[in-house]
Design a protein. Structure first.
Length: 74
């Protein structure tokens, strides 16, 4: 019985962390000014419906775009 309580606790912690990550990705997406509405809707669908890889894909692409824009300024 003790093992199942630990497993449930770990699952709860992971679910909360995933919820925070998803919320953060949606928040960041809402602040983007350089994306069209259709691109935002596609990213929103990916974040919400492709668990758990959606937010990770979003942040990977967002960081790639940020790095690209930093190098284009010089």
């Amino acid at each position: 019985m003790h093992n199942s309580n630990m497993t449930m606790g770990l699952e709860l912690i992971l679910a909360v962390l995933y919820g925070i990550l998803s919320f953060w990705a949606i928040w960041d997406l809402s602040l983007k000014r350089n994306l069209t509405k259709s691109n935002k809707m596609i990213w929103l669908a990916l974040i919400l419906f492709f668990h758990p890889i959606g937010p990770f894909l979003y942040f990977h692409e967002a960081n790639k775009q940020k790095r690209k824009s930093i190098f284009q300024r010089h």
